[in-house]
Design a protein. Sequence first.
Length: 407
Amino acid sequence: MATHTLVIIGHGMVAQRLLERLSEQTVRPYSRIVVLSGEPAVAYNRIQLSAWLAGDADPDSLTLKPAAWFLKHGILLRQGDPVVRVDPNTRQVHTEQGHTEAYDHLVLATGSRSARLGLDGEDLDGVVGFRDLRDTQKLIDISQRNRRAVVIGGGFLGLEAAEGLRHRGMAVTLLHRSSHLLNRQLDTVGGALLKEILSARGLTIQTDTAPRALLGSQRVRAVQLTDETLISTDLVVVAAGITPNTELAQAAGLACDRAICVDHRLQTSDPSIYALGECCQVDDQTFGLVDPGYQQANVLAQVLSGSLLDATYIPAIVPTRLKISGIPIYSCGQTRPDDATESVVWQDYSSNRYCRLLIRHQRLTGAVLFGETRDGPWYAEHIQQGTDITDWRTNLAFGPAYCETPA
Ligand SMILES: Cc1cc2nc3c(=O)[nH]c(=O)nc-3n(C[C@H](O)[C@H](O)[C@H](O)COP(=O)(O)OP(=O)(O)OC[C@H]3O[C@@H](n4cnc5c(N)ncnc54)[C@H](O)[C@@H]3O)c2cc1C
C-alpha cells in the first residue's frame, strides 16, 4: 500500500462521488484520506434542499452516506472547520480552528456560493441565499413567522425557492431580469408557459424587472425596483446565480479565471493540486449542475489511482433535467432559434405539453421539452453525436418509437 496522504477540501456532492469512486479502485493509492469540510454536516444531497423547503423531504434523508461508510473505508472527516489557507510550498493546509494537515495530493472541491447582487441593503437581516442546510433552515424559520417573500432570480434555484415558500404558505413575488423564466433552459414559449402555470398556482411573477435596493433599518422591509416601485416584504431570497469559491486557490497562487483553472486531467497549475465540481474551470467552461461534476469525479479517481493513464475529462453538452413544482422540463444544447436554425415545434394546449427541436444542416442542435420529457435523453444523444436526421425528419417530433422502427 502506498504511504501517501490525500486531502480533500470541501465535502459536497462531487467530493463524495470522488470518495466513492476511489473506494472502488482495486489499488488503494492513498494510505490516508482526509476530508476537511466547512459545513457542520457530512455530505448531503444539495439538490434535495428544494424538496425539504417545500416540505416534501426530511433533512435527515438528505445524507449521502452514514458515518459507518467512512469508517469502513478509512476516511477521516473533519467538519465545521473551513480551510483558511493552502501552502503549496510546505504542502500543508490550515483550518480556521488552527488544525494543520499535510498532503501529498490535494483536491479542491469547494463548490460555489450564491452570487451577490451588489445592491444596498444586501446585508440586512431577512436577506438569505439558497445554497446549503443553514440557508434552508433559515428560510423555513422565517416562513413560519412571516407572510411575504420576494425571490430575486427566475432560474431554477429561484423558482424552486419561490415554490417551496409558497408551499409553506407565503405570498411570494418572483423578480426576473430576463424576458422569460428559466432563460438558460427554455425558449420564450416554454418560459411563458411556465409563467402562466406558476402564476395560476399563486406566484406573482414579474419578468423584465430588476431590483435597485433592499430597504430596511435592521431587517429587510421592502425591495425597491429600478422603476422606483416598492414591494413590501419580510424576506428576500437572493437566487441570481452562483460564484465559484476560488479564494483559497487564488491566495495559494494557483491560476484562476472565472473559477480554478484545471486541465483535462483536473490538475491545477500546481501538479500536486487538483480541482473539480463547481469550483473548477475546464477550458472556458464552468459548471452549475451536478452531472459534469460526477463525470469529473470518475476521471479524477482514475487519474489519482493511476488505473487509467490517459483518463481525461472532456466537457460535453450537458442536458438539464428539472422538475419545477412537479412540471418536468428537459433541455439540451441550443434553446433559442437563430438565423441558421430551423424549428420543429409541437404543443398540446390542453395538457400544457410543448416541444421545440432545433435543426441546423439536418442535424439536431437543441431540444426543449416541457411537460413531457421521456424522449429527452434520446434527443440529447443525437445532439451530442451530431447525427444526420434527414431520414427521420418528418417523424422527429414523435421520438424514437417513430424514427428508429424499421420500415
Ligand atoms: C437548492 C439547490 C437545488 C439544486 N438543484 C439541482 C438540480 O436539480 N440538478 C442539478 O444538476 N444541480 C442542482 N443543483 C446544483 C448542485 O447541487 C451542484 O451542482 C452540486 O452540489 C455541486 O457540487 P460540488 O461538490 O462541486 O459543490 P458543493 O455541493 O457546493 O460543495 C462544496 C462544499 O465545499 C465547502 N467549502 C467551501 N469552501 C471551503 C473551505 N474553505 N473549507 C472547507 N470546505 C469548504 C462548502 O461549504 C460545501 O460544503 C442545486 C443546487 C441547489 C443549492
